[in-house]
Design a protein around this ligand. Sequence first.
Ligand code: FES
Length: 134
Amino acid sequence: MDEKLIAPELPVQKDPLSTDFEKGWHKVFSCEDLEVNKAISIDDFATQIVVWRGADGIVRALDLFCKHMGASLACGEVDGNGIRCPFHAWRWNDEGNCDDIGYANKIPPKAKTRSWKVKEEDGSIMVWYDPEEV
Ligand code: FES
């Protein structure tokens, strides 16, 4: 079999409890560099996250890798105020719930991911880290 046809291993979401991050707000990006309907990945936080600015202008953050099959949500599209996965188009809201699967009538109860508190302050996008909340 041609080894190029074998899918690579799924990415691993880093355990945020295995870092030495301290409890508090952490700057992850500049506000002005994140336009409405844009998403970015952040690697230098307690774990990898996707940060996006929804249609309403509010910034949100989730774990980067889709809980369905591991796609990077940062490669997806902002859809309204949610983020839609590039692989199978599941849409995730800012609470970490999948709220739309276009090809299915039911959303699996386990279709949940971790959400992160975000604020904008002094031109910076800040994400809250508290080891007791992850
Ligand atoms: S991997 Fe995200 S919807 Fe399938």
